[in-house]
Write a protein that binds this ligand. Structure first.
Ligand code: IPE
Ligand code: IPE
Ligand code: MG
Length: 249
């Protein structure tokens, strides 16, 4: 796939990444336990997957659990892990039927054996699918991603199979998560915060950023359409000039 920064100067993003934030506040506003918000959020996941698949978006990457989310109360972490497992078991067949290819990024050794095994099984089951590339970031951190890439390269230098001066942008990028997918065109964060919270760092160098106050459980098809419309109205320049001016030479 073409990984150049000048990816989709078109109307539809090829790759969308979303920080699904605001589940807890959605629940608190209803005087419900926070986990009820996380559960409601799984409906928005299904809706986003369906919309992206229908529209022909190539890849969707969702931030489900950050490397910092372990600092939450133990009870919430446990409930989230249970929810991941049950949602995966419940949805995998339908995802497979819809030709979705599912993958996970992040340090998965921290998860229970059972969850790791389900993650592997889901990836294997859907590995030959040619539809939407759905990636779930779980125990993922953008800084972790960069460090693990540096470690891969350092190991090759140590083993004598790579020289330091051979390390360039493209090689470094090939060691990062998502390198097999088109560049991230559109980044969405729901829930009102305007920060990256250690989600994709390197990969969003030229991504269009879209922040909305809508809480994740309320982020349905029409909210996603608004984000797509906003993206379509953006002018991407990648450090150059607008296409017409560029052509004037
Ligand atoms: C995002 O929703 C989901 C996870 C981090 C797992 P939050 O749980 O952060 O919801 P708020 O931000 O407290 O509303
Ligand atoms: C980011 O949301 C992580 C996920 C949505 C998985 P957080 O709620 O953890 O982010 P902060 O703490 O507000 O930065
Ligand atoms: Mg939050």
């Amino acid at each position: 796939m073409d990984r150049s920064l000048k990816s989709a100067n078109g109307v539809l993003p090829r790759h969308i990444a979303i920080i699904m934030d605001g589940n807890g506040r959605w629940a608190e506003r209803r005087h419900l336990p926070r986990i009820a918000g996380h559960r409601a959020g799984t409906e928005s996941v299904k809706s986003a997957v369906q919309t992206c698949a229908e529209k022909g978006v190539a890849a969707l990457t969702l931030f489900a659990f950050s490397s910092e989310n372990w600092t939450r109360p133990a009870r919430e972490v446990t409930q989230l892990m249970e929810l991941f497992l049950s949602a995966l078991q419940k949805e995998i067949e339908e995802l497979h039927r819809n030709r979705v290819r599912l993958a996970f990024i992040g340090e998965r050794r921290a998860f229970s054996d059972k969850l790791q095994q389900q993650m592997r099984a889901a990836e294997e089951l859907t590995s030959a699918n040619t539809g939407l590339r759905l990636t779930i970031a779980a125990n993922y951190g953008g800084q972790w991603d960069i460090v693990q890439a540096a470690q891969q390269l350092a190991l090759r230098v140590e083993q004598g199979t790579l020289r330091t001066d051979q390390i360039d942008r493209a090689l470094f990028e090939s060691c990062l998560c998502l390198s097999a997918l088109p560049a991230v065109d559109l980044f969405i964060r729901t829930g009102g915060e305007q920060r990256i919270s250690n989600f994709l760092l390197w990969q969003i160098a030229y991504t269009e950023l879209y922040f909305t106050g809508t809480l994740w459980p309320d982020f349905g098809a029409s909210a996603l359409q608004e984000a797509l419309d906003a993206y379509a109205a953006r002018q991407r320049r990648f450090g150059g000039l607008a296409a017409a001016r560029q052509a004037q030479g």
